[in-house]
Write a protein that binds this ligand. Structure first.
Ligand SMILES: Nc1ncnc2c1ncn2[C@@H]1O[C@H](COP(=O)(O)OP(=O)(O)OP(=O)(O)O)[C@@H](O)[C@H]1O
Ligand SMILES: [Mg+2]
Length: 398
């Protein structure tokens, strides 16, 4: 608890040691797993989330029930915390600024303000020489029509703010669909008739992501790239390390490290990237927090992403990120719990866990819904292929 500027100065100087309290904006699965890492290291955990029954509620000391733009609640979270971090990028800048008055806020509001808006994020990347695919900022239905013409080919339309797992997105001109005025109106409405970005749909050979951690003192650690496979724009499975040539992995890691330095990041940043069929390496988007594609880092790397997030937030030395063993994860969406008629069933976890190297992580979400991330399976293997085959075989048994 701090009450005076001198108290804040003390909070800002030096590392936060065990016994301290980590404040987390967001109590979903990422906040939960960060909280578990923090507890394992001897910290207390305060969480702020709109849902008092959130996934992190089971492991937190306190849950403040509040929205992302509740400044008063943000101040309360930070006053009671030694340092504050986040699991979701949509916390309002005013709340982040308010938190920063009472405790170190890592990552900081300046970077979040850019990342929160897809247009600003892409403009920032291009301005700093980081390659993205072709896109247009769109603020009206008319502009969407023009953008589609200019981009010439199928496009993804994505709301500038607030989307995840493919929500707030529409597709135009796929599979030879005609893009007439009616289709454009429909897409504009599907993304919420709001500021958005139109992106040319690229021919992807592979998707990878690179997690980078940067401490307040400037120390940087770049993880080995993860290879990601999406279905219906939602991550389905992911493997560390990605099967890509060493040269390309090094280039991807370089990009991630440079982005972290340019932002003067304090915390984690996942850089999602596309490898196109014509060999380009492009940045898709940035996530300033732990990332679904790095759940495997808990087993693949010497230091997992959640512990690393806590180390960065506490200004502790960052952990080694070298490979321990190839690891794959497969997401478990609510669909796995649902019969065709919508009734619930119990997945056959006993069958899945019989496969060597397989582990189960569930997020204690009570209600399975289609597309809702409920947990994941992980598997280690002698090779990345073996790890992936095991995790997919385990999932198939559910
Ligand atoms: N321009 C594009 N060309 C080809 N595929 C794309 C493009 N944009 C998106 N996709 C596909 O859709 C997936 C999700 O897109 P994106 O990362 O922009 O959305 P999101 O809603 O932020 O998703 P998430 O929260 O899972 O990261 C990508 O990983 C990719 O598989
Ligand atoms: Mg994405």
């Amino acid at each position: 608890m701090i009450d005076t500027p001198a108290d804040l100065l003390e909070k800002l100087s030096g590392p936060v040691l065990p016994g301290g309290t980590i404040g987390i904006f967001g109590g979903g699965q990422l906040g939960r797993m960060m909280g578990i890492a923090a507890r394992s290291m001897g910290y207390k955990v305060h969480v702020l989330d709109p849902d008092p029954a959130c996934s992190a509620g089971y492991i937190a000391d306190t849950v403040i029930e509040a929205g992302w733009n509740d400044r008063w609640a943000a101040a309360n979270l930070a006053r009671e915390s030694s340092t504050v971090t986040l699991e979701i990028e949509q916390v309002s800048i005013l709340s982040l600024d308010e938190a920063a008055r009472w405790a170190p806020m890592r990552p900081g509001a300046a970077m979040l303000a850019i990342i929160q808006d897809r247009v600003e994020q892409k403009d920032w990347l291009n301005k700093h020489g980081f390659p993205t695919g072709p896109y247009r900022a769109v603020r009206s239905q008319e502009q969407l029509g023009e953008a589609v013409k200019e981009l010439a080919g199928p496009v993804f339309v994505k709301s500038a703010r607030g989307g995840y797992d493919g929500r707030g997105q529409a597709k135009l001109g796929f599979g030879g669909d005609v893009v007439d005025d009616a289709a454009i109106l429909q897409a504009w409405q599907d993304v919420g008739a709001t500021d958005c970005v139109a992106e040319r749909a690229l021919d992807l050979a592979k998707e990878i992501s690179v997690m980078v951690a940067r401490a307040p003192n400037g120390e940087v650690r770049v993880y080995p790239p993860a290879e990601n496979f999406h279905e219906n724009q939602i991550l389905s499975w992911s493997v560390i390390p990605a099967s890509v040539p060493d040269e390309l992995a090094a280039r991807a890691q370089n990009i991630a490290g440079e982005i972290a330095d340019t932002f003067a990041l304090e915390g984690l940043l996942a850089v999602e990237m596309f490898i196109t069929t014509d060999g380009q390496l492009l940045v898709n988007e940035l996530a300033p927090r732990p990332h679904n594609s790095y759940h495997g880092s808990e087993r693949a790397c010497t230091t997992g992403q959640f512990e690393q997030a806590i180390r960065a937030a506490c200004d502790l030395p960052l952990g080694d990120v070298s490979m321990v063993q190839p690891t794959a994860i497969a997401n478990l969406l609510g669909d796995v719990w649902l019969n065709d008629d919508g009734t619930e069933k119990q997945p056959a976890f006993d069958q899945a866990l019989a496969i060597p190297g397989v582990r189960l992580t569930l997020y204690e979400k009570l209600k399975p819904r289609k597309g809702r991330k409920m947990g994941h399976l992980s598997a280690v293997g002698a090779t990345a292929d073996e790890a992936r085959e095991r995790v997919l075989a385990a999932k198939a048994r559910l």
